[in-house]
Write a protein that binds this ligand. Structure first.
Ligand code: ATP
Length: 236
């Protein structure tokens, strides 16, 4: 579904990505894990066209993604849940959700999808009329995921959904990510520093270090890999 080949990205002459290869098969959950500054966000930014690679290719459903503008990506089924959530604080929960469906006109399906989001996150239904800026951090993350779902993504990309959230809320959000994947077969690319929770739900994982893919394997393989355990799972 998504193929990244030999991607090189530089900021002012310094290479942030040094030729990475990554593929996301349709219907899978793929996790890209790595420490601060490893190149995770740069990878996502390249996919959605926010940074221009020096070389390499990104192909999505057979299309050269480097030629698709960022604003057209949602129409192609590609949706990003940005880091730090970026919901609209002065709009209500409902308005935020409706914005997620901005490029759709199938009212009946939109309503059905909204009901589905409310089923996944009952708290959003309770808070329907509340201004999004007054939600807790975890609720805002749920809203960001819900809003992304309203665009009916085929590939849902998430930038550090666990960032700044309490462990119990992280657990809850990750179990819902798995549910989204199981119920509607949405393909998911997950960017995370939290290796433990993301590898547990991932079919495939990549470990990125200083702009290079250091390891790849199934989520389970990486969870028991000695290097991963030492560097990312806090085990000696
Ligand atoms: P984080 O978890 O902090 O977001 P990351 O793995 O997503 O980390 P990137 O943000 O992709 O890492 O950064 C990769 C490298 O590129 C780092 O060395 C970073 O300092 C550098 N970098 C990122 N953005 C810029 C920028 N706009 N200008 C210059 N250098 C940058």
């Amino acid at each position: 579904m998504l193929e990244i080949n030999n991607l090189v990205v530089a900021y002012g002459g310094i290479q942030a990505l040094k030729g990475i290869n990554l593929s996301v098969e349709q219907g899978k959950i793929v996790a890209l894990i790595g420490a601060n500054g490893a190149g995770k966000s740069t990878t996502l930014k390249s996919i959605v066209g926010l940074v221009k690679p020096v070389s390499g290719s990104i192909v999505y459903e057979g299309k050269d993604l480097l030629k698709v503008s960022t604003k057209d990506m949602v129409r192609h089924g590609l949706t990003l849940v940005p880091e730090g959530r970026k919901i609209f604080p002065d709009l209500t929960v409902l308005e935020n959700l409706n914005i997620g469906a901005f490029c759709r006109s199938d009212t009946k399906d939109i309503n059905r999808d909204r009901d589905w989001v409310y089923e996944l996150f009952p708290i959003l239904k309770e808070r329907n009329w509340q201004l999004a800026g007054t939600l807790s951090g975890g609720e805002q993350q749920m809203l960001a995921v819900g809003r992304a779902l309203m665009s009916r993504p085929r590939l849902l990309m998430m930038d550090e959904p666990s960032l700044g959230l309490a462990p119990l809320i992280v657990k809850n959000i990750f179990s819902i990510i798995r549910e989204i994947h199981e119920q509607q077969g949405v393909t998911i690319l997950l960017i995370e520093q939290n290796a433990n929770v993301s590898l547990k739900i991932a079919d495939k994982g990549y470990v990125i270090e200083t702009g290079m893919i250091k390891l790849e394997g199934t989520g389970q393989e990486l969870l028991v890999n000695e290097e991963v355990k030492k560097a990312y799972l806090g085990e000696a």
